[in-house]
Design a protein around this ligand. Sequence first.
Ligand code: ADP
Ligand code: MG
Length: 194
Amino acid sequence: MMNENLQIRTYKKTGHIEVICGSMFSGKTEELIRRIRRAEIAKVRVKVFKPKIDNRYSEFSIVSHNETSFPSEIIDNAEEILEKSFDTEVIGIDEAQFFENNLVDVCQMLADSGKRVIVAGLDQDYRAKPFEPMPQLLAVAEYITKIHAVCMICGAPANRTQRVTESSDRVLVGGGNHYEARCRLHHTFTKEEK
Ligand code: ADP
Ligand code: MG
């Protein structure tokens, strides 16, 4: 009995990293919002952050493609999360692929200090290449959830993001106007992009 109590207490103090990954439209933001709302129901202090680059729908919220939203703070550098989440127990981070690699150290520090860190992001860019710092985050996370969208060509589970406009910049912020979800079979890119 004594031991059990001890375990519960230890568990409660231990932080961890959860990663939610997948292609565009796979429901990463939706899933992040679901988890954050559940934490709120549990009366836990939560805060959500997103990178400055992602001002597609709102400056002050993360917004999913099905229009659910949750208030968030826009930040330039992942280090700002450390200063801003001193008294926060659960930290959500959306669009993790737009942060620099120091996001990994920041998440590790937060988890080391006993916080629950939930990170959502694209695991591949539009050429299906791993999108840093997601691979590094996936390696160190305690829990990983990979979700799928629906392929816009055949309806199969989609693991990739097809760019449907001309541009070879790795980062081209946009939604349904620039991208669609595709399965492995229907995802294409030109030779130069390989
Ligand atoms: P992500 O953050 O992964 O881009 P969102 O959570 O913003 O995804 O959006 C998920 C929602 O997008 C779905 O619930 C659905 O309403 C919508 N959606 C649009 N296109 C697709 C698609 N091809 N596959 C799945 N969901 C799609
Ligand atoms: Mg999203």
